[in-house]
Design a protein. Structure first.
Length: 515
């Protein structure tokens, strides 16, 4: 991707996705962000690296999406300064990413309005940074507590409702601080990072050929999307291509993952709207589908089945027939359930206007994925930058401009039905041939990036190879980084009891942002 009007020397990266890499100065860093914004581009991810082990410096990276693909910019950061220009004034979604960079690497976004910690939670000393080469694991402190300066809302009748981080049921930890008058929400502030897993640092313990297993565990409900993005990045830096059959099997698994999650969410949304019948019916359909995934790929979630160089599972004629039959049966029931949803006045009363995000707000804040498509942001990598097999599938992009819970439910139904069609087409059209290729030894310093449209939104993985085939630096990015701040806006003006419904209509990842 060439950034219009910016004179920088970039190089085209190998791989399935159109991407370039360029090193820039601090002035070019800001100029590039402004130009991307002016031309309708967006910030996909931001992360940092420590390259001092080979005489280099710290660096900060930004991945931008434009009309012709990804542009990845690398800004060297002097050790004596440890600062870089703030991007949050241009791309608001950068704010939390920059705070995470500081907690993990110690680099400060100069000029940023919000410099509060994001991931650390007092779990390691304030002057220690886990992604620095000299980090001492003994710096971790168990059960440490540091008060967090939540933003306070003052005024007559305003009070706060703290929710979490421990929630009922099986759910990742997250804290929600509501400022309310009566039941009307004036402000919501979120805080995550309670279950930070140290994934970026853990990647350095793996070789490029092995890291897919960790990538697939960044977020369990998106294991195929993460593993595929990792495989794309690994294949790009190794300059190899997976066989055609493997690429089609990856598409089959990605759509199967999308189907499972949409079935689960539609049931939960009906239940949160007071319609328990929906939960029972969609839970039954989801369980049927997960059992089919287990039968087809040997794992209900298809974990560890997408690998660099191809796939670690194949399907025979009998399974392909089962996929066609099961998807047709689920589609018939899903269409009936959609009619029931549409005709249920009580459910529609809960859905319509609740948690509305206008297209203008969505565009300003960088809302992406399913939630973005429900707010007029017509972005879907399967259509915009298709990798095989999507180059041959004519995927129908879902989209609405309503931006409320009802719109997000409609998009889910549309995408569910389209994915059911796609799995039948993929299963019927699988090319013959190998499912995996041998991997060469990576060259130290080789860089690759993967970019995949998961069910929640786009997942990005960037990998740099080190010595001996090991990973020097890898970063995995979840779409929830962009979308969680939008939930804070979506709830404003709504009543507190509608928060579970609004929150579920986005269904963002806690685990994916606690990497």
């Amino acid at each position: 991707m060439a950034i219009s009007g910016l004179a920088i020397s970039d190089r085209r990266l190998a791989g399935e996705m159109p991407a370039t890499l360029a090193r820039v100065t601090a002035e070019q860093w800001l100029d590039a962000a402004r130009r991307v914004h002016e031309t309708g581009g967006r910030l996909v991810a931001l992360w940092g690296a420590d390259r001092r082990d080979d005489g280099g410096a710290f660096s900060i990276h930004a991945a931008y999406a434009g009309s012709d693909g990804l542009a990845i910019l690398e800004l060297p950061v002097a050790e004596e300064e440890e600062t870089y220009p703030d991007l949050s004034a241009i791309f608001p979604c950068a704010a939390r990413m920059q705070r995470a960079v500081h907690d993990l690497l110690g680099l400060v976004a100069q000029g940023a309005a919000d410099l509060r910690p994001w991931l650390r939670h007092g779990a390691w000393r304030a002057n220690e940074f886990p992604l620095r080469r000299e980090f001492d694991p003994e710096a971790y402190r168990a059960n440490a507590f540091e008060a967090y300066p939540f933003v306070r809302v003052a005024g007559d009748g305003v009070h706060e409702i703290p929710v979490g981080p421990i929630h009922a049921g099986v759910i990742e930890p997250g804290h929600f601080r509501f400022s309310v008058v009566g039941e009307k929400v004036l402000r919501l502030e979120e805080r995550f990072g309670f279950a930070h897993k140290g994934i970026d640092r853990r990647f350095a313990d793996f070789t490029v050929a092995e890291g897919y297993r960790l990538a697939g565990r960044c977020c369990g409900d998106s294991t195929v999307a993460y593993a595929w993005a990792y495989a794309q990045a690994a294949e790009a830096l190794l300059e190899v291509a997976a066989p055609p059959r493997a690429k089609w099997l990856r598409g089959l698994m990605l759509e199967a993952e999308r189907i499972a999650n949409h079935l689960g969410d539609l049931g939960a949304l009906g239940n949160d709207g007071g319609f328990g019948f929906a939960l029972a019916q969609f839970s039954r359909l989801r369980e049927d589908w997960l059992r089919l995934c287990d039968e087809a790929f040997g794992h209900r979630l298809m974990m560890d089945r997408v690998v660099p160089g191809g796939v670690a599972a194949d399907v025979g004629d009998a399974i392909r027939a089962s996929i066609a039959a099961r998807s047709e049966a689920i589609e018939r029931e899903a269409r009936t359930l959609r009619d029931i949803f549409d005709e249920h006045s009580g459910l529609q009363d809960r859905f319509i206007t609740a948690g509305r995000v206008t297209p203008e707000t969505a565009r300003l804040l960088g809302l992406i994925g399913l939630a973005g498509r429900a707010s007029g942001q017509a972005l879907d990598l399967r259509v915009d930058f298709p990798a095989e097999p999507y180059t041959r599938l004519a995927v129908k992009k879902a989209g609405h401009a309503g931006g409320d819970v009802a719109a997000r439910v409609r998009v889910r139904f549309e995408e569910l039905l389209e994915s059911l069609r796609l799995v039948r087409e993929i299963a019927a059209s699988l090319p013959e041939g190998a499912t995996r290729v041998e991997l060469p030894h990576p060259a130290a310093g080789a860089f690759g990036v993967g970019w995949v449209e998961g069910w929640r939104g786009e997942v990005l993985v960037a990998i740099e190879a080190g010595e001996g085939g090991r990973i020097r630096r890898a970063h995995a990015h979840d779409p929830s980084w962009q979308n969680w701040p939008v939930v804070e806006h979506a709830i404003m003006g709504n009543i507190v009891p509608d928060f579970p419904l609004i929150n579920k209509s986005f269904n963002l990842a806690y685990s994916g942002t606690d990497g």
